[in-house]
Design a protein around this ligand. Structure first.
Ligand SMILES: [Cu+2]
Length: 74
């Protein structure tokens, strides 16, 4: 069976991440979404870079997930 992937990348600005624990929480939350293949936080910049399959998830779902984890996406 053939599967179609549409890999995309997005950088989200996340407010409120202060330490490695915050970074891990945000990364884990995003990786819990179907279709997210990697999530990498840059604490200095307050950003998280996400690689995902746009057929499986959307930036809106990512924002919701990060917000549920207790952080704010701009
Ligand atoms: Cu923290």
């Amino acid at each position: 069976m053939e599967q179609v992937f549409r890999m995309s990348e997005i950088t989200l600005n996340v407010k409120g991440m202060k330490c490695g624990g915050c970074a891990k929480r945000v990364e884990d939350a995003l990786k819990g979404l179907p279709g997210v293949t990697s999530a990498k936080v840059d604490l200095k910049k307050g950003e998280v870079q996400v690689a995902y399959d746009s057929a499986s998830t959307t930036p809106e779902q990512m924002k919701k997930k990060v917000t549920e984890a207790g952080y704010k996406v701009e």
